[in-house]
Write a protein that binds this ligand. Sequence first.
Ligand code: ATP
Ligand code: MG
Length: 511
Amino acid sequence: MGNQTEKNDYQIVRENFADKLADISFDSKNYSTGRVDFAGDGVVRIVGLPNAKYGELLDIDGRYRAIVLDLEESEVGAIVLDAVQSVSAGMLVKSTGQIVEVPVGAEMFGRVIAPLGNPIDGLGSLEISKSRPIEASAPMIFDRGRVNEPLQTGILAVDSMIPIGKGQRELIIGDRQTGKTSMAVDIILNQKGKNVYCVYVSVGQKSSSVSNIVHTLGRFGALEYTCVVCATASDSAPLQYIAPFSGCAIAEEMMYDGKDVLIVYDDLSKHAVAYRAMSLLLKRPPGREAYPGDIFYLHSRLLERAAKLDEKHGGGSMTAIPIVETLAGDISAYVPTNVISITDGQIYLESELFNAGVRPAVNVGLSVSRVGGSAQFDGIRRASGKLRLDLSQYRELAVFAQFGSELDGATSEILAKGARIAETLKQPLRCLYDVAHEMIILHLAMNELLKDVPVDKVTEFVQSFIEFLDTDKADIVKEISDNKLLSLENGFLIEDELKEFYDFYFEDAAK
Ligand code: ATP
Ligand code: MG
């Protein structure tokens, strides 16, 4: 009888244990753990972690962060984001169920940050409550508006022939040392006072170059509306890999907030190289030029996030200017062709032109803007007229003229006009034009009003003339700038001024 009422020790323990078990909530996330099996060069292989998801953030030893990039049957491959050297085999890894996020918001502008959002400019910590995942899907087709508003670059050759619209993706491509970075920085400087936020993402450059850029931005008062995201050459491949995505998230926040943003990725070739290094360490099969098979997807999912939203979604825009470096002008290499096919046009900078003193060294024949035409100010479109045609005709004839053969009248006229047009398109660094300046210069060049100016003096003469108008005839310049149109009367006024200025300029020079 006693057997039925008295519980033996075993039963008591079992009941207690059942009570305790009932108190424990089974959360599968808590149970997804693993151990580091191999660590090296920023890559770790982990055994365990049965529930890990692609792109998920992992916590290693409670101290380090890593991103899952490879899911295999018995292993998970991940890239370590911080303190690459400190992760060792045997460390405990937990999945977090989140993906990497960066702090976002207007406070980010005016700062220089590392790819994970920590400031590196010595101006103190950032107090930001909002963050955004670095990977996000691009805006849907139906959420997008038309790209029909110009983004003024202040560079005459670009604004007149390869116009960029807000929300467009325009590639700057060229060999090393052809002025790619300078052009992108100039475009950022030109956004001053135009209500455009800028993000400059630097991948794999020397710290000293980035520091120079930050100084330039500061000197021209552009830093206050610019956020610099920086992963230098000495940073690990994983950090270089996520830098453009972090920058994109920061820009995205402003776009969805209805603002206009410009983002520069300098440069995607180095980004691709960092991704290749990571992929090879993860033992992914190498493809063409040893890049992994998903290198196209890497850049397309990044650049697709640039968009112009329609009015219902706030009307914000993100204009992307990726930069790609070519080797010996080979634009048919793997990464250049990929990015060319993803973007809506390219500005091709050529070293021959650069060395010949044509700066910016834009090769007009190989540069194109696939949507910009409809996003150009009417005034500029009208003033440029047949600029592109005249210029390419000139370049073609100039090659023949080199042989010293006799030239007929028409040919020398085309050469004279073309040479002066080419000269007016030269622009020193940091010398940016307003819309009014651009229309005036185009008016002078296209109507052959500069034919009395010696070719080698044209660039200087035009700049002096613009300076003169700015100081002495500011009202005309302002009117043209406000209307974004050079009216007939103003055209005549400018011509009169030009005549006077010409006499004054060359008399002065003769003395
Ligand atoms: P890298 O391949 O090293 O990144 P890059 O193509 O970005 O080079 P920059 O660094 O922008 O080229 O420019 C190279 C040099 O050319 C710089 O010293 C810069 O001052 C000069 N330069 C660029 N554009 C112009 C210009 N329009 N007028 C005069 N000098 C220029
Ligand atoms: Mg550069």
